[in-house]
Each structure stands twice: as structure tokens, then as C-alpha cells.
Write a protein that binds this ligand. Structure first.
Ligand code: NAP
Ligand code: F7E
Length: 321
């Protein structure tokens, strides 16, 4: 039976990846950090089918013990301080978890079992102030936040351990991917949750930052399949994963509000507090390498993604009463 360790199991992608690997017959071990309250909302339905253990990317010993005890054949490193605005308020923590955490897990693999296949969750935020349009594997990086800078480190240490120690270490450069399980502070979920509350008259307005920012948004459920496919290849490599389409925050609002019969212009208020010290204006992927080599294609369109998220938040808010 193949076995996988997923760091960041409580996060959006951790939950979808665990579902996918379980459906493929894997034994799944999820790593979560200790907290004083339970934090398993996204994986509650999977708890009988997998093992969830404590560990932390800031603690080398915990990573070594998990690998020694559970002997996974694949490790997916999804854990990170992943919210871009927080990375300006907590830059050192972001560097320690999102950058150095990658080295700690690679070191654990190198010492415990260098045959383990490793996936690093790299990000389109590494392209930042983009050097070419669209962005592909060879596009130079120009990160615009401490988060982006930390992810560039994580990417290059993955490549370096591949080249230095011959590890099967792969970097997936994923563009934004969303779902009904997306954290509430990210712009897509902030919008769909607000649309539901406004429709149900629980909220009056939605305060947002830069409406003209453009992102290549896909569905998280599609993207975890790409992670798995990357580790089934003959050789480790770097892959860009995205839809190849870009849309603005404004367009996201337009579709989300229209889906419940409302006009976003009547509810959205631009608030400077949500502007960033340095912005990533335009992201759009060229995923042709993934299409050709992994035979990967996204299944969910932009409009389907927006309406799926609005419908889910409406149902949730209705249930909450
Ligand atoms: P997410 O929902 O924010 O999940 C992050 C996970 O990391 C959570 O389980 C979190 O645990 C865990 N974590 C944070 N600090 C940790 C630490 N010190 N030790 C162990 N675990 C820790 O992020 P996501 O959207 O699923 O993204 C997964 C990964 O892909 C991240 O590395 C992210 O940076 C990267 N990525 C995401 C996107 C995207 O659009 N979603 C695109 C490109 C790359 P708690 O629940 O305890 O906070
Ligand atoms: O912002 C603009 C904001 O926070 C998207 C993470 O998963 O994807 C994510 O990072 C855009 C930005 O995601 C608000 O200025 C406007 O341009 O949803 P976001 P992100 O920063 O792109 C990448 C690929 C990752 O790797 C990250 O981990 O939306 N925006 N108004 C706003 N953003 C937020 N959060 N809140 C607003 O009110």
C-alpha cells in the first residue's frame, strides 16, 4: 500500500489531497500543529480513514519522528504561513515556517529515507512583479511580499536538494486555487461569504481593497490531482499549474453578486486598509508543460468556481440562521 505524509492537513489543500489519496488506496498520515482548540473542520469527515498526528515545521525533531515512525513513500509539504498580508506583520515567522520549514523537512527525508518522493507547495506569488506574461517554469521570479520571498527560498532549496543529494524533490508552482473550503480572509471566500450574508440580510456592505488585481483562479480539487501526478513521474521536476485565464477581483464580485440577483456596485466599498504595501497586479499561467507531461487539465471553469462557492456559502449561512 503506498503511503503519504501530508503537512498542512487542516488547510484547504490538505483536505482535498487527503480525499484524493484515500480514493487512490493510500495510507494517509496528516501532520497538524498543536493548538488549544480543535481545528479539524475541513477533515472531520476523513478522521476515521487516516492518521492525524502532531508535528510542526518549526520543530526538526517532530519531522524526524513522524518519518521514522510512519515510513511514508511520499511527502506533500503543504504547511505554510500562507496569507500574504500577514507576511508583512509576521515576516520572521513567515520565513521560519514557509522558507526554513522546507529545509527542515528535506533534512528529515535525507536522514531517514532519501528514497521518499517530496512535493513542495510553491506559489505563483514567486512571480510577483511579473517578468513575462504568461508565466511559465522558466520565468524569473520577482516576489513582492515576505511570503513570496519565503516561497522562492522553498522552491530553490527543493531544487538544490534534488541536485545536491539526488532526492526526488519536485516543486509545483501553483496559481491561486479556491473552493468552498478556502479560508475566509482570502478575497474569493471573503466575497462569496459576504454575498450570502448580504442576500440573507445579515450584512450590509463588503469592504475590499484593490478591485483591479487580476488572478488566475482555479478549483483546489483539480489542483491536488496535479500534485499527485507530479510525484508519479519518472523524474522530479518543476511544474506550473493554472488555468491559463485571468480575471479581476471586480469580475469575481460581478459574477458572485449577480448569481443571487444583486449588483455588486451597490454593496462593494473600496477600503484602503485592504491595500497591500506592494501588490501583484497580474498573474496568468502558461500550464502547457503540465498539460503535455502530466496530462493534467482543470475541470472546473471560473464561473462554475464562483457559483459553487456562492451556493455553498448561502447554504452554510442559511443553516447558521
Ligand atoms: P492554508 O489553508 O492556509 O493551510 C496551511 C496549512 O499549514 C494549515 O494546515 C496550517 O495549520 C498549516 N501550518 C501553518 N504553520 C504551520 C507550522 N508551523 N507547522 C505545521 N503546519 C503549519 O493553505 P492552502 O491554501 O491549503 O495552501 C497549501 C499550500 O500551498 C501552502 O503552502 C500555500 O502557501 C501553498 N499555495 C497555496 C495556493 C492557493 O491558492 N491555495 C497557491 C500556491 C501555493 P493551521 O490550520 O493550524 O493554521
Ligand atoms: O488576494 C486582492 C489582493 O488574499 C488576491 C494565497 O493562497 O494565492 C493566495 O495569495 C488579490 C490580491 O490571495 C482584498 O490585493 C482586494 O491582489 O485572495 P488573496 P493572494 O494574495 O493572491 C497565492 C497563489 C498563494 O500562494 C497564497 O498562499 O485580491 N484583494 N481586496 C484582496 N485580498 C484580500 N485577501 N482581501 C481583500 O479585501
Amino acid at each position: 500500500m503506498p503511503s503519504a505524509l501530508i503537512t498542512g492537513i487542516t488547510g484547504q489543500d490538505g483536505s482535498y489531497l487527503a480525499e484524493w489519496l484515500l480514493s487512490q488506496g493510500y495510507q494517509v498520515v496528516g501532520m497538524m500543529r498543536r493548538s488549544s482548540t480543535t481545528n479539524v473542520g475541513r477533515i472531520e469527515h476523513l478522521l476515521d480513514d487516516m492518521i492525524v498526528l502532531q508535528g510542526d515545521l518549526q520543530d526538526q525533531g517532530s519531522l524526524l519522528s513522524l518519518l521514522e515512525e510512519h515510513k511514508p513513500t511520499e511527502v506533500y509539504n503543504l504547511a505554510a504561513q500562507s496569507f500574504v498580508p500577514t507576511s508583512w506583520n509576521q515576516p520572521a515567522l513567515t520565513g521560519d515556517v514557509t522558507a526554513l520549514g522546507v529545509t527542515r523537512i528535506l533534512e528529515a527525508i535525507r536522514f531517514v529515507n532519501p528514497k521518499i518522493r517530496f512535493y513542495q507547495a510553491s506559489s505563483s506569488e514567486m512571480f510577483g512583479k511579473v517578468m513575462e506574461v504568461p508565466q511559465k517554469e522558466s520565468t524569473p521570479f520577482y516576489p513582492r511580499s515576505p511570503y513570496g520571498v519565503a516561497k522562492v527560498y522553498g522552491h530553490w532549496i527543493t531544487v538544490n536538494y534534488r541536485e545536491s543529494f539526488n532526492l526526488f524533490a519536485t516543486s509545483g508552482i501553483l496559481f491561486n486555487h479556491e473552493s468552498p473550503r478556502r479560508g475566509l480572509e482570502f478575497v474569493t471566500r471573503k466575497i462569496t461569504d459576504a454575498v450570502a450574508k448580504i442576500k440573507l440580510e445579515k450584512q450590509k456592505e463588503l469592504r475590499l481593497g484593490n478591485l483591479d488585481a487580476q488572478r488566475d483562479w482555479g478549483f483546489a480539487g483539480d489542483y491536488v490531482r496535479a500534485m499527485w501526478l507530479m510525484l508519479q513521474q519518472d523524474q522530479p521536476d518543476n511544474y506550473v499549474i493554472g488555468t491559463g485565464e485571468t480575471h479581476s477581483v471586480r469580475e469575481f464580485c460581478e459574477i458572485a453578486f449577480a448569481h443571487v440577483g444583486l449588483d455588486y456596485k451597490e454593496y462593494v466599498v473600496v477600503d484602503e486598509r485592504f491595500y497591500r504595501p506592494a501588490e501583484v497586479d497580474l498573474l496568468i499561467s502558461d500550464p502547457s508543460k503540465a498539460r503535455a507531461q502530466l496530462k493534467w487539465e482543470p475541470q472546473v471553469s471560473f464561473k462554475e468556481l464562483v457559483t459553487m462557492m456562492v451556493d455553498s456559502d448561502l447554504a452554510r449561512q442559511q443553516k447558521l440562521g
